[in-house]
Design a protein around this ligand. Sequence first.
Ligand SMILES: CC(C)C(=O)/C=C/C(C(=O)O)=C(/O)C(=O)O
Ligand SMILES: [Fe+2]
Length: 299
Amino acid sequence: MITLTDIAYVRSGVEDLQGAVRFASEIVGLEVVDSDEPGVAHLRADARGHCLTFVQGRSGVISSGFTVAGPEALAEAETELEKQGLLVERGDRAGARSRGVSEYIAFDDPFGNRVELAAAQFRSADPVRLTRGAGITEFGHLCLDAPDVHEAYRFWSTTFNARVSDWVGDGACLMRIDPVHHKLAVFRGEEAALCHINFQVDSLDDLMRNWHFLVDQGVEIVMGPGRHPTSGSVFLYFRGPENLTYEYAVGGRLIEDDSAWTPRVFDLEQPSSIDMWRGPVAPTTRQRQLPQTVPAATS
Ligand SMILES: CC(C)C(=O)/C=C/C(C(=O)O)=C(/O)C(=O)O
Ligand SMILES: [Fe+2]
């Protein structure tokens, strides 16, 4: 089993690089990191060198990166994935530099989501300089799409150290790789895609101020403000350019003792399973509601 130590980054192709960077910095609040790579922009939320990279080109998610313990763990992971019959590519020096990691490998999950594992993600000791006072504290989690969340869970929990924290019917599987309720979520969707990228904010005041700011800026609010009964976080999902969905969230439970936690299964058809501040609805008006997704960039 491969032990993922953390989420690292999301790389996404964009047709309008300037527009994507402008939104991620001036609207979301992320810090733009200096880059000497033509057509590539890096953004920062926390001590990671960067956690979001936009690459000028075809619109759509390119890859989602995780870290493992180090070079030996990366080599073992490469061997393990190849044993499972997955085609594993070892990144080159330029690719590692662009990702802000020492070395990395890449493969597709069973649904076609491009996943990268890195031996070490460079940290920055410089204080984060958010572009606006969004209160962002960290890159909190990433959410992928897969046509079968149970199959996705089987992949992530057998090949890797992911444990399910909660289910929302067969529509969503929320998985942890450390005490945080989830660092990886998989939502049901027709094709491989990035469902959303989460940034934790420091306080409820930050989240609500961000909500007013986004509304004033005419940003499409996808869902929220609301509160997930799963993680307990207060959330706000909103859409950026080229269909990239962002989430601000505050709070969220920690599961420190795996043996004391039993995953729950929430009813996908009940709005309160997604937002516990919503009341029940009659069966006739129930409808599935998951945040929209960003299809993978067809390579
Ligand atoms: C909208 C889905 C089904 C949902 O319930 C999401 C839960 C959470 C959470 O509990 O925090 C997320 O943030 C997430 O899935 O990304
Ligand atoms: Fe989320």
